[in-house]
Design a protein around this ligand. Structure first.
Ligand code: TAP
Length: 481
């Protein structure tokens, strides 16, 4: 029987008054795997009222940091015990490979454990501000946190927000993307089995235009933490200006991956492939612009294309698959449209470019690993985020040229450089206007490290101690001695 997914408000699973249910699709097969309730404006407002009441009555917000840490650890344990099930659900709903999904769920466990640990380490500051004045600086929760996440890392993006927001003592309302609600629902079922107080965490399924927008506008919401497209990020900022709530935005990218002439070519080829084809390119930090120095251009491209051709594309639940499905038909059409634009703009389509519809992939949304060479900085496929398995490769002359091309973008999320010369690597990386960078590797990061972008890639940082700061107010208490 198809599972019916409900909203979770004030410790109860409830059906929306909206009779329309959203079909939740497996993108590898087009099977309907669940039907999801879609929260109305009134239900979203009820979730906000519940979160506010819970915050004010102190059942969560006034617990000691170590008591909160204990509950975060309980949640981590629950996720860990159910890791395989959660990974399978993620594969089924998002289309990514099982290996990728397992890594996401493992990171989710680590994130809860990290913030539990951080709570034990957070201490107030105290100092003598004047002869008779002692000052103490304390951190406090903000209140109600609205957490809006996209479909590309459904469970991990949820946890990157839930863990620090709860750690800080806020009451939360999570809204997953309407096409990928399955693991968020399972996560909430697991959270319900812990000692997290009723009303501390609500879950709203439904659309961005109703549930998301109502959260962003809500006068009793104190922070909106959003991960998604730059366009929707801008709408959220506007909506949030009504009560000047804090906004934390993790947005899009078009990240440069620079391969210098003295790089270890085989290493650079492998990471450049991983940089774009992980998650079928549906990753905010994808190294979607490859910049290759002219002295090694031909050799690099030859090796890159040979290996890209060999990538096994298939359903995420097949252990042989190295790249999974595109999340939805609509998104697949958008990627195919960009490929068409690339061809019309005069870029050289060196590999792929098509939907894959044979050898058992007929029913799913699969796109070949696609490589464009001979691109120029003015092309739309170079400037706009395609968010799919499409790499655009540009040639550069020297270091100065590479930096100029790399920074010629409105985005500033990530970037990488490959070279055997460490000093040169650091010199270049320091000039790249982006928040997440790599030298001789790609996509590797840790829960301790701040995650976020420059320019139109966002405002604020997730993860690390910076991620906890996002969900806290800072107060000075001046005590006359
Ligand atoms: P969006 O279309 O921006 O949607 C993201 C979330 O916002 C979804 O839950 C969506 O709900 C909701 N939403 C849509 N309109 C809204 C509104 N007016 N008010 C409030 N919420 C609204 O992004 P997407 O297509 O799901 O995800 C892809 C984008 O996310 C890419 O641009 C990617 O770069 C970015 N991304 C960035 C990062 C980081 S860390 N920077 C990480 C992952 C993804 P519905 O979809 O249910 O309508």
């Amino acid at each position: 029987m198809t599972k019916h997914l409900k909203l979770y408000i004030d410790g109860e699973w409830i059906d929306s008054a909206n009779p329309k249910l959203q079909d939740v699709i497996n993108p590898a097969t087009q099977e309907v795997i669940a039907k999801a309730s879609q929260a109305t404006k009134e239900e979203t407002e009820k979730a906000i009222r519940t979160a506010k009441r819970t915050f004010e009555n102190g059942v969560w917000s006034e617990q000691t940091p170590s008591a909160r840490a204990e509950i975060l650890l309980q949640i981590a344990d629950k996720i860990e015990v159910n890791l395989n099930e959660l990974a399978e659900l993620e594969v089924m709903n998002n289309g990514k490979t099982k290996r990728e999904a397992e890594a996401d769920v493992e990171d989710a466990v680590n994130t809860f454990r990290y913030y539990a640990g951080l709570l034990h380490n957070q201490m107030d500051e105290a100092f003598e501000a004047d002869k008779d004045l002692q000052t103490v600086i304390v951190k406090e929760p903000m209140g109600v946190a609205g957490l809006i996440v996209p479909w590309n890392f459904p469970i991990l993006m949820s946890v990157w927000k839930i863990a620090p927001a709860l750690a800080a003592g806020n009451s939360i309302i999570l809204k997953p993307a309407e096409i990928t609600p399955v693991t968020a629902v399972r996560l909430y079922e697991l959270m319900e089995q812990t000692d997290l107080p009723k009303g501390a965490a609500q879950l709203l399924l439904g659309t961005g235009s109703v549930a998301g927008q109502t959260l962003a506008e809500g006068n009793d919401v104190n922070i909106i933490s959003f991960t998604g497209s730059t366009k929707v990020g801008q709408q959220i900022m506007q909506a949030a200006s009504e009560n000047l709530k804090k906004v934390s935005l993790e947005l899009g990218g078009k990240s440069p991956n620079i391969i210098l002439g003295d790089a270890d070519i085989d290493l650079a080829v492998d990471y450049a492939l991983f940089g774009i084809f992980m998650g079928a390119g549906q990753v905010c930090t994808s190294g979607s612009r490859l910049l290759v120095q002219e002295s090694i251009y031909e050799e690099f491209i030859e090796k890159y294309i040979e290996k890209a051709k060999a990538i096994r594309v298939g359903p995420g639940n097949d252990t042989k698959s190295e790249m999974g499905a595109i999340v939805s038909e609509k998104h697949m059409e958008s990627i195919l449209n960009y490929i068409q634009i690339g061809v019309e703009e005069g870029a050289h389509l060196a590999l792929g470019g098509n939907r894959m519809e044979s050898d058992g992939l007929e029913k799913g949304f699969f796109i070949e690993p696609t490589v464009f060479t001979d691109v120029t900085s003015d092309m739309r496929i170079v400037r706009e985020e395609i968010f799919g398995p499409v790499i655009v490769i540009q040639k550069f002359k020297d270091e100065k040229d590479a930096i100029q091309i790399a920074n010629d973008t409105d985005y500033g999320l990530a970037g990488a450089v490959f070279t055997k010369d460490q000093a040169k690597a650091i010199r270049i990386i320091k000039k790249i206007r982006a928040g997440i960078t790599w030298v001789n590797t790609y996509h590797l990061s840790s829960v301790q490290s701040p995650w976020g972008g420059y320019k139109t890639s966002g405002i604020g940082r997730s993860l690390g101690k910076y991620g906890l700061d996002e969900y806290q107010e800072t107060k000075q208490i001046n005590i006359s001695m």
